[in-house]
Design a protein around this ligand. Structure first.
Ligand code: SAM
Length: 324
């Protein structure tokens, strides 16, 4: 059957498979196959894999003895995975129900199916869900870390895994790293695992409870401080941060004054934005300069496209060095 897969040279196969498996993206229903000098790793969420991989489709054999949703449905359904939850985006009630039944009856390690029932909304960025099977709580694996979460009460997107990894890899032991909008902890926990003193702030009490639980679960609780509240009211951390993450793309500019207050003498800021593709970085850079200059020298070290957000809209990250 033609299925989405990542294509790599065989010598890179195991490293690629392991990296994708770490993020729960390897589709267990199909065989990894070598053909014509390429190795094809089947993936469950082609869009979530990330731009650094060569994503294609290929005719791969079904793994012996496995029953897949497509076997029960007669077509390959499209869904995203968070832990043991399959997320579908279906308008037709009967089709959604048939897909949910097939996913749960299949041999895939998925016990729940939810349908998107709204956009992410409000300050807490939580979506409404129609639960078609199981529930909304799960444990998601990403780059070797485990995150407990409940989709009904917190924001989480597995599609940002590669981006979070790009940022967390830059972190060094001993630095002070602060995530202004930390969710269940997918930045602060890897920061702490690399030896940073990590602080995560979130307005959502449920996210902060999960962040604490996840710090324990990943063995980094002694280096993670999870704080509930509006980051604009955060006290005790002025001039503190060597690294700041601002992942609230539609309104981060409103928090730049706070970011500058929290930044230390030499601070790297990871600023997320969603802008039109004709000038995706300009408005963010202007806003950062307006908030930080002349107190800081502002150097944009990296202009990075995270993913396409909508037609003609890009989700981008500016990595910016602030030097006092
Ligand atoms: N960084 C996390 C991640 O990658 O999964 C979560 C990012 S989510 C887009 C934004 C988060 O910011 C939400 O969890 C929301 O509750 C939180 N938030 C929104 N306004 C806030 C504020 N004024 N102060 C602190 N947190 C806020």
């Amino acid at each position: 059957m033609e299925v989405p897969c990542v294509r790599v040279r065989p010598q890179d196969g195991e490293r690629t498979r392991a990296a994708l498996a770490d993020r729960g993206l390897v589709h267990d229903g199909y065989e990894i196959t070598v053909e014509g000098g390429w190795l094809y790793v089947p993936v469950s969420d082609a869009e979530g894999v990330g731009a650094e991989y060569d994503v294609t489709t290929h005719d791969l054999p079904v793994r012996e003895g496995q029953t897949l949703p497509a076997d029960l449905l007669g077509f390959e359904p499209s869904y995203e995975r968070i832990g043991t939850i399959a997320i579908v985006d279906e308008d037709d009630e009967d089709r959604a129900r048939a897909i949910a039944d097939a996913i749960v009856e299949s041999d895939l390690p998925l016990d729940s199916v939810v349908n998107r029932a709204s956009k992410v909304k409000g300050e807490l960025r939580v979506r409404d869900w129609e639960v078609l099977a199981g529930g909304t709580e799960t444990i998601h694996r990403e780059y070797g870390f485990e995150y407990a979460l409940d989709l009904a009460t917190v924001y989480f997107s597995p599609r940002l895994a590669t981006e979070r990894h790009r940022v967390t890899e830059q972190t060094e032991a001993g630095e002070n790293a602060l995530d202004l909008f930390a969710g269940v902890g997918p930045f602060v926990i890897p920061f702490a695992a690399r030896g940073a003193e990590a602080v995560g702030v979130d307005l959502n009490p449920a996210a902060v409870t999960f962040m604490r639980e996840n710090a324990e679960r990943n063995g980094v609780a002694e280096r993670v401080t999870a704080i509930e509240g509006d980051v604009r009211e955060l006290s005790g951390y002025d001039d503190w941060a060597d690294r700041l993450v601002m992942n609230l793309p539609h309104s981060a500019d409103a928090f730049l004054e706070t970011a500058v207050r929290l930044a230390g003498d030499d601070c790297t800021l990871h600023y997320y934005d969603i802008q039109s593709d004709d000038d995706p970085f300009g408005p963010g850079e202007a806003a950062i300069r307006a908030a930080a200059e002349p107190e800081y020298d502002v150097t944009v070290e990296n202009r990075h496209v995270v993913r396409s957000y909508a037609p003609h809209e890009e989700n981008v990250c500016l990595d910016v060095r602030l030097t006092r």
